[in-house]
Design a protein around this ligand. Structure first.
Ligand code: SF4
Length: 350
């Protein structure tokens, strides 16, 4: 079976974007001011201006980088996160921590009028963040869309009810196999029957509570699990959950057995719109160009954010403008993290 991806056909998530747009309109979370900010950020990127809109239209927060699943491509069996900086050792360079609630809440508050969505996870499992429902509530209170992606293994009646009640807009759950033998190839600590039960519960609670939350199962496709796609499709159809299929990363033990994510030569030509449209904040307050920065130990933060610091000043500050100018005039090869990056634009990675 051929997979979408391997960069030949990029997953643009068009259907998902259409659903989220309709959802934002329906829930009153889209304003003229936000639309104008999207247009200004996009125009600034197209014209390669170093000053962007009033705020990033995607605010991405690493609320914590611990995880309960320890997937092969992400971290080793001891939970040490792979450092993607080729100058660093592969293990041990990425420290772990949790973002203080006050920091996350202040970032959300400051961006709420102009930003479209807060992404409440980056590399870690967001259900391990004890203040997640409060954070979703903080987004809902200021009419900012919120989303998480989760491995789904920790979903239960309590946290599902809390998240749905708080008004979460989009939940994406990963799956890389429909039977335990296949699922366990990639996920070190997880039971797929538990995962399926949890997804059933999530869909049932959404229906019972009449929540408009968009649910999506994200099937991470490898050649070893492709034969299970028909079962996954039927599972999603039965539950009324959207299905997305994306290529899996062979790093961590599947190299040579699975195709590389991309055969394109690096650095990629052309620009990247992340620095004009999105902002990443790590758990420790480091403000980064994009979400890949949280696993790249040589990242050069724009600033270290503390509650009360003006986000708008950082967003269009000297370091952010310098990064945009470098990308625009010298290309990706001039910035180490961009030189080894396969992303094409602001979207889910694959
Ligand atoms: S090229 Fe890659 S690393 Fe650089 S800003 Fe874009 S997404 Fe981030």
């Amino acid at each position: 079976m051929a997979f979408p991806g391997r960069m030949a056909v990029r997953n643009r998530y068009l259907l998902l974007k259409a659903k989220l747009l309709a959802h934002a309109i329906w829930t009153g979370k889209l304003s003229l001011r936000k639309v104008i900010n999207v247009l200004v950020c996009s125009a600034a990127f197209t014209l390669r201006r170093t000053r962007s809109g009033a705020a990033p239209f995607i605010l991405s927060l690493e609320v914590g980088n611990e995880c309960n699943a320890n997937c092969l491509f992400c971290r080793d069996a001891k939970g040490r996160i792979y450092d993607t900086d080729p100058k660093a050792l592969p293990l041990g360079g990425i420290s772990k921590g949790v973002m203080p609630f006050e920091m996350a809440a202040d970032l959300i508050r400051q961006c709420s009028k102009d930003s479209l969505i807060a992404v409440l996870y980056t590399n870690g499992e967001p259900l391990l963040y004890k203040d997640l429902p409060r954070l979703i509530q903080a987004c809902s209170r200021v009419r900012l869309l919120s989303m998480i992606a989760t491995n789904g293994l920790l979903l239960n009646e309590k946290n599902i009810t809390e998240m749905l009640s708080a008004g979460i807009d989009f939940i994406k759950v990963q799956m890389s196999g429909f039977t335990q033998d296949v699922y366990a190839v990639q996920v070190r600590f997880g039971n797929v029957e538990r995962l399926k039960d949890n997804i059933r519960l999530l869909a049932r609670k959404r229906d019972e509570m009449k929540c408009p939350t968009v649910l999506m199962l994200d099937f991470i496709a490898y050649s070893y699990n492709s034969h299970q796609l028909p079962d996954v499709r039927a599972f999603c159809r039965e539950l009324g959950v959207s299905l997305n299929i994306r290529p899996g990363n062979p790093r961590g033990g599947l190299e040579g057995r699975e195709p590389e994510l991309s055969a394109e030569a690096l650095p990629l030509p052309g620009g990247c719109d992340w620095p004009w449209k999105g902002l990443q904040v790590n758990f420790n307050g480091e403000v980064l160009m994009c979400c890949d920065g949280v696993t790249f130990s040589g990242s050069q933060p724009y600033a270290v954010f503390r509650p009360g610091d003006p986000v708008a000043v950082i967003w269009n500050g000297a370091k952010a403008r310098q990064a945009r100018a470098t990308l625009a005039t010298q290309g990706r090869g001039a910035i180490p993290i961009c030189a080894q990056c396969y992303r094409k634009d602001l979207a889910f990675k694959w």
